[in-house]
Design a protein around this ligand. Structure first.
Ligand code: R5P
Length: 299
């Protein structure tokens, strides 16, 4: 099976291909002077089943790439197309918070469902919808959700003694519970109200934090203000240390500095989005999911 990748994700593609014994081919990309792009797929080696790797941080241009790549792969004869998007964008806008707002999750989900037979992703931000299939309307068995929480929990267990895992908002409860159960960690979840892109109010849970090594765990840190605000409160409440573990290191602008200024110690992330904070690779987990799905679906 062929794993197609874009040049900027070569390292990630190589890790997945190595773990899953997949063939690798680069999708060549040319940018015209006016900003349009041209893609070229490996037409002579594509085969009937192909996987396209594209992690969807900075998603807008990448979505056009997927449109061009998926339709070209179909035209070249691909019968089963899988998208591996370790980070899946546009999942947080899952309702119209004000009249007239685009429900991006539904629109982008439909867009991807029209292009791909199978979608594999890691810790998608599913808040008001329960399943990936509700966001991306493809067959349930083809909407595959993996999680970085167990491996992040293993990492935390090697670096901290009897840590308290804290989720910075209610949505993080799903990942916190998963990570905590793996090692029997104590855990608690904050409440959050968002007033703007960089304005959040966080309320700490009842749990006693004084004297504890706290790790804030979430799916995403974007501007970093959510975990920064939680960290400030935790340290003020007597936590001896506050570290951060996230699946997706979006880290927009000065996010890392915002977290550090709030007193955060270590920042750990998975390699779903390439970043110097990457401490965990999801490659083996993703490769296993590709192989298992292929066996089950028989393609
Ligand atoms: C949303 O609830 C997510 O789980 C994150 O908490 C959120 O996206 C983080 O955003 P920021 O880092 O910009 O505060």
């Amino acid at each position: 099976m062929m794993l197609l990748y874009f040049e900027d994700e070569q390292m990630s593609a190589q890790r997945i291909a190595l773990a899953g014994d997949l063939q690798l081919a680069c999708i060549e990309r040319h940018r015209f002077p006016d900003g349009e792009i041209k893609l070229r797929l490996p037409f002579d080696a594509l085969g009937k089943n192909a996987v396209i790797l594209r992690t969807l941080n900075n998603p807008n241009e990448k979505l056009i790439e997927l449109l061009l790549a998926a339709q070209t792969a179909r035209a070249l004869g691909a019968a089963h197309l899988t998208l591996v998007a370790p980070y899946l964008s546009y999942m947080r806008q899952d309702i119209a918070f004000a009249p007239g707002e685009a429900i991006s999750q539904r629109i982008i989900g439909r867009f991807l469902a029209d292009l791909f037979d199978t979608v594999i992703t890691v810790d998608p931000h599913l808040h008001r919808v329960a399943t990936l299939q509700e966001a991306i309307p493809i067959a349930a068995e083809n909407a595959i959700v993996l999680s970085g929480a167990p491996l992040l929990a293993d990492l935390i267990a090697t670096h901290r003694t009897n840590p308290l895992l804290v989720g910075p908002d209610e949505e993080s409860a799903q990942w916190i519970a998963l990570a905590a159960s793996r090692h029997g960690f104590d855990y608690a979840v904050c409440r959050k109200v968002r007033n703007g892109d960089r304005a959040v109010q966080v309320a700490l849970p009842e749990a006693a934090v004084a004297g504890r090594q706290v790790v804030l765990l979430d799916d995403i840190a974007s501007t970093g203000h959510t975990v920064a605000q939680a960290a400030r409160l935790l340290l003020a409440a007597g936590a001896v240390s506050v570290d951060v573990a996230v699946t997706h290191a979006l880290f927009a602008g000065d996010a890392l500095q915002v977290m550090k200024d709030a007193g955060v110690g270590e920042v750990w992330s998975t390699d779903c989005i390439a970043h110097p904070s990457n401490a965990i690779s999801m490659a083996a987990t993703i490769a296993l999911a590709i192989g298992q799905h292929r066996t089950q679906a028989g393609y």
